[in-house]
Design a protein around this ligand. Structure first.
Ligand SMILES: Nc1ncnc2c1ncn2[C@@H]1O[C@H](COP(=O)(O)OP(=O)(O)OP(=O)(O)O)[C@@H](O)[C@H]1O
Length: 363
């Protein structure tokens, strides 16, 4: 484990009666690329604002490099922010925009010039010093905004939906660039997005937030393969999420049938949810399938077919397969027991039983 640059301990935030963050604790390791991922209104920007010092936590403690910083003003923190709209000064040229923060701090002219030069070089904008902001493209403005933030040599760079104003192609290019820049600079990036593909592609660690609570923190692979709860499994990628009951440590009853699974440490008769990703399911003949289903839709996607099918209990399954089917065809669904991911069920038992009942009644 590396050193923590930032720690939240039981941080809560309220605006009036509106509870926006609920007892949030996490550690941010120095030099890594973190992504805060969650739906609109989940509290991502609020976390960034508390880190930057633009907003106060209502309760709890925030530590930066081991020091409590709740009362340290924004301009005294070693943190810079790249905003969604970049917030550049339109009446200044590129170099003046990047130099602004250093001028405010009273840094001497020669040093400013050197550092502006360096910062523009880092974002591959050498030679653009005199260019007016209004004569720069969206992607170039994005780079100026990043240069303006890194020129201060912050220990942590916060990026709030920093790529969302760019078109798709440029956005994908910038994802690679940002990732390279972070490695080159070796500073901690905390990137906010509601785009899961962006989060999976860029991050060392993803923190999934919903409803003011951290739902799960982990590497992209952890989050995708081992979601902790229904929200995470549903939010990241496509999933089949099915209520099920544990029979033994390694046996789970799905849809009235027992399936071997990896021992996930659940109790016998525990109510669980099972996640099977569409790419983990495949199509075979009905006699060879673990489940029998009827194809409802099929979409050709170049590399494979995206298929939906309903089983004998009328439950819908999403399958990605290289095997072509026809709508209305009866097929078998296969999967490898190792790909069954079992999750603890967080809702009340009554809710679960109602869901299981309705599922079984569909027969
Ligand atoms: N200054 C404020 N006063 C009152 N409520 C606020 C204030 N700022 C944010 N909120 C509320 O706090 C909640 C979380 O907002 P926040 O901006 O952190 O969400 P977010 O996850 O960043 O969303 P988005 O992806 O839409 O930017 C929202 O319900 C929002 O309405």
């Amino acid at each position: 484990m590396g050193k923590n640059i930032l720690e939240f301990r039981h941080v809560g935030k309220k605006y009036g009666d509106n509870v926006v963050l609920k007892d949030i604790s996490f550690d941010i390791e120095a030099g890594k690329f973190y992504t805060l991922l969650g739906p609109s209104g989940s509290g991502k920007t609020t976390i960034l604002r508390i880190i930057a010092g633009f907003d106060d936590a209502t309760s709890g403690d925030v530590y930066f490099d081991g020091q409590r910083i709740n009362d340290v003003p924004a301009n005294k923190r070693q943190v810079n922010t790249v905003f969604q709209d970049y917030a550049l000064f339109p009446h200044m040229n590129v170099a003046e925009n990047v130099a602004f923060g250093l001028q405010i701090k009273g840094v001497d002219k020669k040093t400013i010039q050197e550092r502006v030069h360096q910062a523009l070089h880092m974002v591959r904008l050498d030679g653009y010093e005199e260019r007016e902001i209004t004569a720069m493209s969206g992607g170039q403005r994005q780079r100026v905004a990043i240069a303006r933030a890194i020129v201060n040599r912050p220990k942590v760079l916060l990026l709030d939906e920093a790529l969302s104003a760019l078109d798709h192609k440029l956005r994908v290019d910038m994802q690679t660039e940002l990732r390279q820049l972070q490695r080159q600079l070796g500073i901690t990036f905390i990137f906010v997005t509601h785009d899961q593909e962006e989060a999976l592609a860029m991050s060392d660690q993803i923190m999934i937030i919903n409803d003011g609570k951290i739902q799960q923190t982990g590497t992209p692979v952890d989050i995708y393969d081992e979601p902790l709860n229904h929200f995470v499994a549903d939010f990241i990628g496509e999933s089949n999420i099915v209520p099920a009951v544990m029979k033994e440590d390694y046996l789970v009853n799905i849809n009235g049938q027992d399936f071997e699974c990896v021992d996930a440490g659940m109790k016998t008769n525990e109510r669980v949810e099972v996640v099977l990703r569409p790419e983990d399911l495949d199509i075979t003949t009905p006699d060879k399938g673990k489940l029998v289903a009827t194809v409802d839709t099929q979409l050709f996607r170049g590399v494979d077919y995206q298929i939906t099918a309903h089983d004998l209990r009328n439950h819908e399954w999403k399958i990605n397969s290289i095997h072509k089917t026809t709508v209305g065809q009866q097929v078998g669904l296969t999967f490898d027991p190792e790909d069954i991911h079992v999750m603890r069920y967080n809702e009340s038992e009554a809710d679960f039983d109602a869901r299981l009942d309705s599922y079984e009644e569909e027969e």
